[in-house]
Design a protein. Structure first.
Length: 221
């Protein structure tokens, strides 16, 4: 029974530290402690488990616990680096960004960059709503470049405000030979840190991840 008295205080100390850590350890570790305590309390007095066995279990738990704390420290370091990165992105504010993201339409025309296959004879722009339903098809010049999308239907009425996915279909002899997503242009008004990720807020209110930016250019006068 000396094994029980020698190891029980350490188990209680670990459990107390776990409670004070504010849930730093996950439920798997808490389950391990409960199983270890139950195992110690219910061992056969005439045939107790060897102390070396408990020592191995506790050593294993301690190693995993330290790994979890190391991961927490690395996460904090990552957040710090993200903050540093956001500071470096301060120079992006006011720039015009180009990104491959859905369009956040609020009634104003949106500048897009379209890619058309060189072998295409004709091209069309296909607009789908957030549910994937096609709401508009527009013929566009069969060449890559910048284009202004007004967001107006055939009657000249603006589409409903919301998120739209715009793709460009390249056609030859009436058959689609390539599909490319249109890239959105917008002015950056803010850089902020959300849950460790650097996001950029565009002039139209749309938020995109900094990693989604494909190009930057000074705003046109």
């Amino acid at each position: 029974m000396e094994v029980t008295s020698a190891t029980q205080p350490r188990t209680n100390t670990t459990a107390t530290a776990n409670a004070q850590s504010g849930g730093a350890l996950n439920s798997d570790f808490e389950t391990f402690l409960k199983m270890l305590t139950t195992q110690m309390q219910n061992q056969d007095p005439l045939n107790p488990v060897e102390s070396a066995y408990f020592a191995v279990q506790l050593a294993t738990f301690s190693t995993v616990e330290q790994q979890v704390r190391t991961n927490d420290l690395l996460a904090g370091l990552g957040a710090g680096l993200s903050t540093l990165g956001m500071g470096q992105l301060s120079g992006w504010i006011g720039m015009e960004a180009r990104a491959d993201v859905p369009v956040n339409f609020t009634g104003d025309p949106i500048t897009l960059t379209t890619e058309v296959d060189p072998a295409a004879e004709t091209a069309e722009m296909v607009v789908s709503d957030a549910q994937g339903v096609i709401v508009q098809r527009l013929d566009i010049p069969p060449q890559s470049g910048r284009i202004e999308w007004s967001g107006l239907d055939v009657a000249g009425i603006p589409l409903r405000d919301g998120t739209y996915k715009i793709s460009v279909h390249s056609l030859s002899q009436g058959e689609i030979i390539a599909r490319h997503d249109a890239e959105v242009h917008g002015h950056i008004t803010e850089a902020r840190l959300d849950a460790g990720q650097i996001n950029l807020v565009m002039a139209n209110g749309q938020t995109i991840a900094a990693s989604q930016v494909l190009g930057l250019r000074p705003p046109e006068e």
